[in-house]
Ligand binder design. Structure first.
Ligand code: PEP
Length: 251
């Protein structure tokens, strides 16, 4: 069965105290969200332990925004998948366009990160998406196809049960511009076919594919109504509990 998911990506926002308050506010409102919608908050590494505590006993799950491409050792400043798992987090976001663009996240590194995340029992929210030049050149289908194949084709059909894909057109992230529901749907259908070509029709049918990019309470309903869109990865609007919950209630 395909899961519906609304996941927040807090990025590099909030102090620990502010993050705990935000998590508590999400928990307080989470009972309003339909039971079949999984809620996830993705927080900075520093916030994982205290936010895990704030989420205890609630339906809200916890994600990191990244993990290291190495298991352990002399990698100053890195945070391993095992460390993330030890905080109580059950997910990590990987391959976000900001990490690809600013921190040299290559497909090769993402294969290693995905391996380690899965080996440590974390679910992976794997992000793909084209930039504005690629969209304007008509290359968007090729870009998301290549990004998906380059990483996920190194894994098995069983692994895919722990992977969620997030389609995030880079030109729509934090810009206020949203892909139209039709633009998002056609890419989601393309990604689902790429998954089916390697892992079979059932795995593709069961794969949760999220939309991300200026998703907000006013546009979530139309986007989530598309047959291949199974929820959202939410940036800016996840920093306000009422907006995040309003988006999750758009199903
Ligand atoms: C994101 O970067 O994951 C994102 C979806 O951001 P925003 O909603 O702010 O566009």
């Amino acid at each position: 069965m395909r899961k519906k998911i609304v996941a927040g990506n807090w990025k590099m926002n909030t102090t620990v105290a502010e993050g705990v308050e935000l998590a508590k506010a999400v928990v307080a409102k989470s009972a309003e969200v339909p039971a079949d919608v999984t809620l996830i908050v993705g927080t900075p590494f520093t916030h994982l332990c205290p936010v895990a505590e704030a989420l205890k006993g609630s339906k809200v799950e916890l994600s990191a925004e990244n993990c290291a491409d190495k298991e352990k050792g002399a990698y100053t400043g890195e945070v391993s998948a095992a460390m993330v798992a030890s905080t109580g987090a059950s997910w990590t976001i990987l391959g976000h366009s900001e990490r690809r663009q600013y921190y040299g996240e290559t497909d090769e590194k993402l294969v290693e990160k995905t391996k380690l995340a899965l080996a440590n029992g974390l679910g992976v929210i794997f992000c793909v998406g084209e930039n504005l030049d690629e969209r304007e050149a008509g290359k968007h289908f090729d870009v998301v196809t290549d990004q998906t194949k380059a990483v996920l084709y190194n894994f098995t059909a069983e692994d895919m049960a722990k992977v969620v894909i997030a389609y995030e057109p880079v030109w729509a992230i934090g810009t206020g511009k949203t892909a139209t529901a039709e633009q998002a749907e056609e890419i989601h259908a393309c990604i689902r076919k790429v998954v089916a070509d390697k892992f079979g029709a059932q795995v593709a049918e069961d794969m949760t594919i999220l939309y991300g990019g200026s998703c907000k309470p006013s546009n979530a309903k139309e986007i989530f109504a598309q047959p291949d869109i199974d929820g959202g990865l939410i940036g800016g609007a996840a920093l306000k509990a009422e907006d995040f919950i309003a988006i999750a209630m758009s199903y």
